[in-house]
Design a protein around this ligand. Structure first.
Ligand code: ASP
Length: 337
């Protein structure tokens, strides 16, 4: 099943503004007629309105999850056509929302519209279809939520958009590709989540968006931190820290964090570095975060951190219980050392 949400892959130039604007699904198929050669049976569903992925909201994730659940028994795999800008957020969210998934759910899109001569859409779509249908001994090769882009299949919740120009738009800084496409499609089964065969898909559609990302920088002021931490309804904050999870040790900074934590706000420490991980306590400059009860994000991406918090908060857990789950991989999004 192909689920179309929008994105550059299906965009055309708006004749009035000349800006790229999402367009309908039919023209995508018209430009890639060769997919018929696979001989697979396809269905396509469009989630209206088709959007540039900057306009994707959690409501779209919920709709995708519902569509997958409705079609789960009738399809071998699911392909989500999606803009690249927020694809890593959507793939991360779906990885948490689809519990006991044992079929492929693969996001793809392109950097150039399918109608352009040098488009990357054709390769991305054709290979994604092949991977979504691939099985071995009757079992899907990749029963997880992934992103396929520019010859690489990456675990969705490990992926970040790294490039707004090159075709190689995505990378997975802390986890290697699940498959690579060259002359052969090379799968790496040892990196792919192994799932029980006979499980029913359960979808989680309760998400709580009352979170914020606080990216620290040298010179950040107390007023800014205070304003964010006192936002009405705020339940959790992703603290984007330096290096291995370090932050200023100014007494006001600790005080603001501690006061918020005492009110029940959850803090998740992730690093501003693209590679590596948070190791609180390694430096003096993270000891105070431990004392304030900040949870470690380990090697999680910012996108997966956002999705994981929305998902866990949506479960309505008590803060201590939620923090325990932040410390465990749910679907391969972190590695605990
Ligand atoms: N702005 C586009 C989007 O995210 C970019 C793309 O699809 O490549 O929808």
């Amino acid at each position: 099943m192909i689920i179309y949400t929008g994105g550059t892959i299906g965009m055309i130039n708006n004749p009035d503004t000349q800006s790229l604007t999402p367009f309908d699904f039919e023209q995508i198929l018209r430009h890639v007629p060769e997919i018929e050669k696979y001989g697979y049976k396809f269905s396509a569903v469009t989630i209206p309105p088709v959007v540039d992925s900057s306009n994707i909201k959690p409501a779209t994730w919920i709709r995708i999850a519902e569509i997958i659940q409705e079609g789960y028994d009738n399809y071998d795999g699911f392909i989500i056509l999606h803009g690249t800008d927020t694809m890593a957020f959507s793939a991360s969210a779906l990885s948490f929302m689809l519990e006991d998934l044992n079929k492929p759910v693969i996001f793809t899109g392109s950097q150039l519209p399918v109608s352009t001569l040098r488009t990357d859409a054709r390769e991305n779509l054709i290979s994604t279809i092949e991977i979504a249908a691939a099985d071995k001994d009757g079992r899907p090769m990749v029963p997880e939520v992934c992103i396929y882009f520019e010859f690489k299949l990456l675990r969705g919740n490990r992926t970040t958009k790294q490039n707004a120009e090159d075709f190689n738009a995505f990378h997975s800084p802390n986890y290697p590709p699940l498959a690579e496409s060259g002359v052969h499609m090379r799968y790496h089964p040892e990196r792919i989540l192994s799932k029980p065969v006979h499980t029913d898909l359960k979808i989680h559609t309760q998400l709580d968006m009352n979170i914020a990302i606080l990216k620290i920088f040298p010179g950040i002021t107390e007023n800014v931190v205070k304003a964010m931490l006192n936002s009405p309804g705020l339940k959790a904050v992703i603290l984007e820290t330096f290096g291995a999870g370090n932050a200023p040790t100014d007494p006001w900074f600790y005080r603001q964090l501690k006061e918020a934590a005492d009110k029940g706000i959850i803090f998740l420490n992730i690093t501003q570095c693209t590679q590596g991980r948070v190791e609180m306590g390694r430096y003096e400059t993270s000891e105070h975060l431990l004392r304030a009860g900040v949870a470690s994000g380990h090697d999680i991406t910012p996108e997966a951190a956002v999705a994981k918090l929305m998902f866990l908060l949506g479960m309505g857990l008590a803060p201590e219980e939620l923090k325990l789950l932040l410390n465990k991989p749910i679907n391969g999004e972190i590695t605990i050392l």
